[in-house]
Design a protein around this ligand. Structure first.
Ligand code: F6R
Length: 270
């Protein structure tokens, strides 16, 4: 696992976007050769999306031959609801780039058969040849996608009933009315993300520092589902200084000493 420690959230956004640019450019997608990207929603990746849109507008990055799979979606929320992940992805990213909407997959939380929808999503990932790079974010409790504490670390895409803490945390997006927060969501499993060839997790803010410490310095534990990525062969955690506050000084110094190597990951060789 690589831990990339950067000054602040905006540097994390820039570094992450540069990494995506590097990976897609190096892959050289084209007809019949799509780069497959897994994507999160939330506050953390917004800066990265803005930067990717900028790269696209500057003519440095095309999504024409990129296929995307999103991590999760609420159940029963209309697509056009401002808190739906369909709405978020369309407004924050897809509508600003040249991706073919047929290639940008977001779970359908209004499907008549939710279990079948989850299987369909896993099948689509298989048919696309698997995910090259899955980007994720985590919650302060170490959840990735909607894989809350105690989720199986080999889980696949499925329907999840959300924990009270999640409903409470999300009520701010629903007029502070807990009764308006969807009770269920569809989410990729930890195993689904683990199958990606490469995983990049973005972690910013002091409120995520305990989760980062659990993920990096302690053992693999289903109570901190992000810790599963210790066992991924190509996982990158990209964080800001604030998120390192619960790490040991020794851990921070160690990973910082590797920054020259880490920065080679975002060099674009022509
Ligand atoms: C997003 C997702 C979640 C978020 C996490 C952090 O699709 O599945 O894991 O990444 O809840 O959210 P923010 O970035 O808003 O702190």
């Amino acid at each position: 696992m690589r831990l990339i420690i950067l000054d602040d959230a905006s540097t994390v956004a820039d570094w992450a976007a540069q990494f995506v640019l590097q990976r897609i450019t190096q892959f050289a997608p084209g007809p019949g050769r799509h780069f497959v990207l897994g994507l999160p929603t939330g506050g953390t990746p917004l800066g990265m999306y803005r930067k990717l849109v900028q790269f696209h507008k500057e003519g440095r990055l095309s999504f024409k031959y990129v296929t995307t799979f999103n991590m999760d979606e609420y159940v029963g929320l209309p697509r056009e609801h401002p808190e739906s992940y369909h709405y978020y992805m369309w407004n924050e990213f897809f509508k600003h780039v040249d991706i073919d909407p047929n290639n940008s997959h977001v779970l359908d939380g209004n499907a008549p058969d939710l279990v079948a929808e989850c299987h369909r999503f896993e099948d689509l990932i298989q048919k696309a040849g698997g995910v090259h790079l899955f980007i994720g974010g985590i919650g302060p409790d170490g959840h990735i996608a909607f894989n809350e504490p105690g989720s199986s670390l080999v889980s696949r895409t499925r329907v999840k009933t959300l924990a009270y803490d999640t409903l409470d945390a999300n009520k701010r997006f629903f007029g502070n009315d807990m009764s308006k927060v969807p009770r269920q969501a569809l989410t990729v499993g930890v195993g689904t993300v683990m199958d990606a060839k490469e995983v990049m997790i973005l972690i910013t803010g002091v409120h995520k520092s305990l989760a980062l410490a659990k993920a990096v310095e302690e053992g693999v534990n289903h109570m901190w589902t992000v810790s599963a990525f210790q066992q991924h062969p190509q996982a990158l955690f990209v964080c800001d200084e604030d998120a390192t506050l619960e790490l040991r000084v020794k851990t921070v110094k160690y990973f910082k000493s590797l920054m020259v190597e880490h920065n080679k990951l975002i060099e674009i060789k022509r």
